[in-house]
Design a protein around this ligand. Structure first.
Ligand code: NDP
Length: 453
C-alpha cells in the first residue's frame, strides 16, 4: 500500500497490509473497548470529544500538511478541512447527549412509555481519500460519542492521514481501541463486514463500492449509511444573480480540484442568461491558479491519483467525441504530477459521459435550457441524487423548485455544503442514510421502546 505525492508523483511511504492475525487482534480489542466505552457516561464521552477538537485546533498546520502531501489539495483548503473536523467535534461535544436523550411518549394511559437510544457496537467505516480527515470525523464524532467504537478502513493512498487520526484520539485521552484502524485491501473487507463483532457499516465513496458493501452488509442485516457519488446540478435561472452565481459556481466546481461528491458538476442554465453566465464562469475559471498545492497563491492542485486523472480525461474526450464542444482546458498539464486544468464543456449530448457520469475533477458540464420545467427535467436526469443548487433572485421560486428536485440536499443561492447542524444524505444512486445533526447520530443506535405498567 503506497501513498504518492500527487503534485510530484513521488512515493511518500509504503505500508504493509495488516495480516489476518493483526486484524483479528484489532477487532477483538475494539469489541473489548466497546464493553466499557458503552457504559461510560455521556458527559465523559462529550468531554473527550471536545479534547479531540482541541488537539485538532492545536495542530492544524501539521495535519493540513499531511493532507496536502497525500491528496494534493491546496494548503489553505486542507487547513479548512481540519478546522471543520474540530467544528463537528465541538458540535457533538455540545449536542450528542441532547440528541440521544430518552423520549417520553405520553400516549398510553396507565403506562410509562419511552424510547431510549443505545449504542450498537464496533462500526466499520470505509472511507475515501478526497477529504481524508473530514469524512472520518463526520463519522467518528457522532457515532463514537453515541457509545459505539470505530474501526476505520481508510483508502490506501491516505494511510498517513489514517495513522494521524488514530493518534489524535490517543492524544485526546480516549481509552485504547475506541477508535482503531485496519490496513487491508478491498478483497478482505467483506470478511470484516461479516464478522459478528462488527455491528454496522458506513461507506463514503463511489456507487460501485457502495453497492458491493451494501450487498454484504445487507445480507448480514447490519445497518448501513452510504454516502456515494453525485453529479450535482447547479441551476441558473433567468433571474439569477449572475455575478455571484458565477463566482460561487467556479468555487463549487473546483474546490479540492473538483474531487468532491457535492461539487457542482452540471450547470443547467436558462437560455436568456446562458451567454452572459458562460462568459462569467469562463473568466472565473481562467483566473484560477493551478500548481503546487503548498504555494499560497494556488487555487487548484493536482488530481489525487494518476488513474483518477486518466478516468477524468477519458470522460472528457469521449464527451467531445460524442459531439460536446470544448470551450476551455481539456488536456492534462505537461508537467510532473497529475494536473488537470479547469475545463468547460457545452452542447453536451444527453448520452455523453459528461451528462451521465460523475466528473470527479475541475470540469464544468454546461447545459442550456429554455424553461424552468426543462431545468428541473435536466437536473433530475441523472442516476445520482446527492445535492443541487438553485440560483434565482426570487427565493420563493427557488424554494418551489427545491421541492421538485430529486436530491438529498438542495441549496438556494448557496453552494451545496455539509454542516454539522443540518442532516446530509443522498437519494437514488447517491446512497442512503443520514449523516450529521441529530438525524446522523441516530443511525447507529438501537432505538429501544420501554413500556412500564
Ligand atoms: P472508491 O469508492 O473505490 O473508494 C472509496 C473507499 O471504498 C476506499 O477506502 C476503497 O478502498 C473502498 N472500496 C472500494 N471498493 C470496495 C469494495 N468493493 N469493498 C469494500 N471497500 C471498497 O473510490 P476511488 O478511490 O476508486 O474513486 C473512484 C470514484 O469514486 C471517483 O471518481 C468518484 O466518482 C467516487 N468517489 C466519491 C467520493 C465521495 O465523496 N462520494 C469519494 C471518493 C471517490 P480501496 O481504495 O482499497 O479499493
Amino acid at each position: 500500500m503506497q501513498s504518492r505525492n500527487p503534485a510530484t508523483a513521488d512515493v511518500i511511504a509504503t505500508y504493509d497490509e495488516h495480516d489476518d492475525e493483526t486484524v483479528e487482534k484489532r477487532l477483538a480489542a475494539a469489541q473489548n473497548a466497546f464493553e466499557s466505552w458503552s457504559e461510560t457516561p455521556m458527559a465523559t464521552r462529550e468531554e473527550l470529544l471536545a479534547a479531540v477538537a482541541d488537539v485538532l485546533r492545536s495542530n492544524v498546520e501539521t495535519y493540513a500538511t499531511e493532507i496536502t502531501r497525500e491528496v494534493g489539495k491546496p494548503l489553505d483548503q486542507a487547513v479548512a478541512e481540519v478546522e471543520k473536523c474540530a467544528w463537528v467535534c465541538e458540535y457533538y461535544a455540545q449536542h450528542a447527549g441532547e440528541h440521544l436523550q430518552d423520549e417520553h411518549i405520553g400516549a398510553v394511559p396507565g403506562a410509562k412509555t419511552y424510547v431510549t437510544y443505545e449504542p450498537l457496537g464496533p462500526v466499520l467505516a470505509i472511507m475515501p481519500w478526497n477529504y481524508p480527515f473530514w469524512q472520518v470525523f463526520r463519522f467518528a464524532a457522532p457515532h463514537i460519542t453515541a457509545g459505539n467504537v470505530g474501526v476505520l478502513k481508510h483508502a490506501p493512498n491516505v494511510l498517513g492521514c489514517a495513522q494521524a487520526i488514530e493518534s489524535i484520539f490517543t492524544q485526546a485521552g480516549y481509552p485504547d481501541n475506541v477508535f482503531t484502524s485496519i490496513q487491508i485491501s478491498t478483497d478482505r473487507v467483506s470478511d470484516v463486514i461479516r464478522d459478528d463483532r462488527i455491528r454496522a457499516v458506513t461507506l463514503t465513496g463511489s456507487t460501485r463500492a457502495g453497492k458491493a458493501v451494501a450487498e454484504t452488509s445487507g445480507s448480514e442485516l447490519k445497518p448501513g449509511v452510504f454516502e456515494l457519488g453525485g453529479s450535482d446540478p447547479f441551476i441558473v435561472l433567468d433571474d439569477a444573480p449572475l455575478e455571484k452565481a458565477a463566482t460561487v459556481g467556479a468555487t463549487a466546481r473546483t474546490q479540492n480540484a473538483g474531487q468532491s461528491c457535492i461539487a457542482a458538476k452540471r450547470f443547467v442554465v436558462h437560455t436568456d442568461v446562458f451567454d452572459d453566465f458562460l462568459d462569467r464562469l469562463t473568466a472565473e475559471l481562467e483566473a484560477l491558479t493551478i500548481g503546487d498545492p503548498t504555494e499560497s497563491e494556488t487555487d487548484i492542485g493536482p488530481q489525487a491519483r494518476s488513474d483518477l486523472l486518466e478516468t477524468l480525461h477519458e470522460r472528457v474526450t469521449a464527451s467531445v467525441a460524442a459531439g460536446a464542444n470544448l470551450r476551455l482546458g481539456g488536456e492534462p498539464l505537461d508537467r510532473p504530477g497529475y494536473f488537470y486544468p479547469p475545463t468547460i464543456l457545452t452542447d453536451i449530448p444527453e448520452d455523453a459521459p459528461a451528462a451521465t457520469e460523475e466528473l470527479f475533477g475541475p470540469v464544468a458540464a454546461v447545459f442550456s435550457v429554455d424553461s424552468e420545467q426543462e431545468a428541473i427535467r435536466v437536473a433530475n436526469n441523472s442516476q445520482y441524487g446527492l445535492g443541487a443548487s438553485v440560483w434565482t433572485t426570487d427565493t420563493s421560486r427557488g424554494e418551489s423548485i427545491a421541492q421538485d428536485l430529486e436530491a438529498g440536499n438542495v441549496f438556494v443561492n448557496q453552494l451545496v455544503k455539509s454542516d454539522p447542524r443540518v442532516p446530509f444524505s443522498g437519494t437514488k444512486d447517491s446512497g442512503y442514510g443520514a449523516e450529521l445533526s441529530r438525524h446522523g447520530i441516530r443511525e447507529f443506535v438501537n432505538m429501544k421502546t420501554v413500556w412500564i405498567e
